[in-house]
Design a protein around this ligand. Structure first.
Ligand SMILES: *Cc1c(COP(=O)(O)O)cnc(C)c1O
Length: 388
């Protein structure tokens, strides 16, 4: 390790824990350690903390506290939504058709693939436009009487595109088909009002909004049928067995409260910085292209592909200069595999390997961005020479 100051530009991967969130959690590791399912004073105190956290989360989703299920994170919420709702629809009316977008997180796509391989579900991919956006008319076109579930992410982690969730929700609602959205990336910056969004199911995870890792929420609208995928005790209304992770549940609620109450202010400030990055990269680096939607995108998210550049080499070179970014590609030396998200937008395989994602956070400083933009063109140029 050298002494170069480190600049963190990878907030779509995870965010630093807000110190106020940590403070809210600590009493539940110490004196308030009880099991919420116990009858005595210690249990009651812990139960009260879980109840209050559930109420806080419900306030920001504009739903009932009983519609909030705490899970171990975004991945588990996605698993419970996809597997749980698909199996419940199958049991109820034999439906085995599932519609998802091709740009979903692996927590969705791999779960859907397992439903296909293990249980004979038919998984159909919705078309996306060149920005990775799903349009409600294509949902309308592909819905069938035997559709068990539709799942479309709120905002994309690799390319930042925001989907018209409320319009897609309206189509699903008209046909009475359960609709799920993965809102992991959206929660820090967009409205989570579940009635406006017209969702039946919505996944959240607090480490994407300055809360702890390993804790998530699945919103389940009253009346939406979901088969539990983790069985055991009767916690979480029977949807998710297991002793409550009390400190993390408290931390989740605290983090959501902090970030949602400031989301408009944060969005405005970040959007300006994001647009400056996009403008200067496209202007100063030949052979560079924005990926994802130019305006309907997360305010903290800028993503690119560069012609003739290996994305992983670029990341390593930037890391050596003190900048932590990410690439959309799962490229490994000797076995380059471009990101399925990027190729589904129609970007050719070779260019898709030269991807870079810059995801800002609410703590990113302007001078950090200036330094990054000073260094990036030269670094891309150097990596390009290596790749020829
Ligand atoms: C991070 C992320 C997940 C997975 O959440 P974990 O809490 O890390 O398991 C799922 N979907 C999206 C869009 C994400 O960004």
């Amino acid at each position: 390790m050298n002494n170069t100051p480190k600049v963190y530009l990878d907030n779509a991967a995870t965010t630093p824990l807000d110190p106020r969130v940590l403070d809210s959690m600590l009493p539940y590791f110490r004196e308030s350690f009880g099991n919420p399912s116990s009858v005595h004073f210690f249990g009651q105190r812990a139960e009260r903390a879980v109840d209050e956290a559930r109420e806080t989360v419900a306030t920001y989703l504009k739903c009932k506290p009983g519609e909030i299920i705490f899970t171990s994170g975004g991945t588990e919420s996605d698993n419970l939504a996809i597997r749980g709702a698909a199996l419940a629809s199958w049991k109820k009316n034999g439906s085995k058709h599932v519609l998802i977008s091709p740009v979903e997180h692996h927590a969705i796509t791999h779960t859907a693939n397992q439903l296909q391989n293990l249980h004979g579900f038919e998984i159909e991919l919705l078309p996306v436009d060149e920005y990775g956006m799903v349009h409600p008319d294509s949902v309308s076109r592909l819905l069938r009487p035997d559709t068990a579930l539709v799942s479309v992410m709120y905002a994309n982690n690799e390319i930042g595109t925001i989907n018209p969730i409320n319009d897609i929700g309206e189509v699903c609602q008209e046909h009475g088909i359960p609709f799920h959205t993965d809102a992991l990336q959206a929660a820090a910056y967009l409205s989570l009002n579940v009635d406006d969004l017209r969702v039946n199911l919505m996944s959240l995870g607090s480490h994407k909004f300055y809360g702890p890792k390993g804790i998530g929420v699945l919103y389940i609208r009253d009346g939406t049928e979901v088969t539990p995928i983790q069985t055991g005790g009767s916690q979480e209304y029977g949807y998710r067995a297991g002793t409550h992770n009390v400190p993390y549940i408290v931390g989740f609620a605290k983090a959501l409260e902090i970030v949602q109450s400031k989301r408009e202010k944060h969005s405005m400030a970040l959007q300006q910085k994001r647009d400056e990055i996009i403008e200067l990269v496209i202007e100063n680096i030949p052979g560079s292209f924005l990926t994802g939607h130019p305006s309907a995108r997360l305010p903290n998210h800028a993503s690119f592909v560069f012609e003739g550049v290996d994305g992983n080499t670029l990341l390593t070179a930037l890391d050596a200069k003190g900048f932590a970014c990410s690439s959309g590609s799962a490229c490994k030396t000797g076995n380059p595999e471009p990101s399925a998200v990027l190729t589904s937008l129609g970007i050719n395989q070779e260019i898709a390997l030269g991807s870079l994602r810059i995801s800002l956070g609410i703590h990113t400083k302007s001078d950090e961005i200036t330094k990054f933009l000073d260094v990036l063109p030269g670094t891309v140029n150097n990596v390009r020479k290596l790749c020829i």
